[in-house]
Design a protein around this ligand. Structure first.
Ligand SMILES: Nc1nc2c([nH]c(=O)n2[C@H]2C[C@H](O)[C@@H](COP(=O)(O)OP(=O)(O)OP(=O)(O)O)O2)c(=O)[nH]1
Ligand SMILES: [Mg+2]
Length: 155
């Protein structure tokens, strides 16, 4: 049997980048929907926007529609591309595809043992954002909160 090559070991320590579809839901009171990662998942206890991994052959929108149905029991027809963020965690290398959801059918409820909370974004004097009932937020998502806090939808 041959020795493992240098390249094999390089692959082992550089996990493949995963595409993740993430949904930002905002209600008419200006609150955003956060979910808490349940026990058993990497980074359990952290809060995030709902979403999950894109499966092979799936569009980002289709993955998001599937994840929001599985995690929250809601259905969406549309989602609007917002921005992409890449982040390397000890457990995974992710490319997050954030999309804005302005309409959905059904009332969000945690279908995977996760807590949910509609949370307002409070801007501090130093420009950082507090989300008192949903901290800590996943590190890759924190920088986006300041941008979302500026968002004043015209409807
Ligand atoms: N949903 C979501 N994931 C995020 C956010 N920020 C962030 O870094 N992530 C990372 C955490 C995870 O490494 C990855 C999401 O993967 P996941 O474990 O939730 O995937 P999934 O819902 O398909 O879960 P599973 O079926 O594999 O259990 O993206 C965010 O705001 N929302
Ligand atoms: Mg998920």
């Amino acid at each position: 049997m041959s020795e493992p090559s240098h390249f094999d070991s390089t692959i082992d320590i550089a996990p493949k980048r995963l595409d993740v579809a993430v949904g930002v839901l905002r209600n008419t009171q200006g609150e955003f929907l956060f979910a808490q990662r349940p026990e058993g998942k990497p980074m359990a206890g952290f809060w995030e926007f709902p979403g999950g991994k894109v499966e092979s052959g799936e569009s980002i929108h289709a993955a998001l529609a599937r994840e929001l149905h599985e995690e929250l029991g809601i259905d969406i027809a549309d989602s609007m591309r917002w921005l992409e963020v890449e982040h390397v965690y000890p457990h995974a290398h992710v490319l997050l595809h954030f999309r804005i959801i302005s309409e959905w059918r059904g009332k969000p409820h945690g279908r995977e043992n996760q807590a949910l909370h509609w949370q307002k974004l409070y801007v501090n004097d130093d420009g950082t954002v507090s989300t008192p009932s949903t901290e800590p937020v996943l590190p890759a998502t924190v920088p986006l909160l300041a941008q979302l806090a500026q968002w004043t939808p015209n409807h």
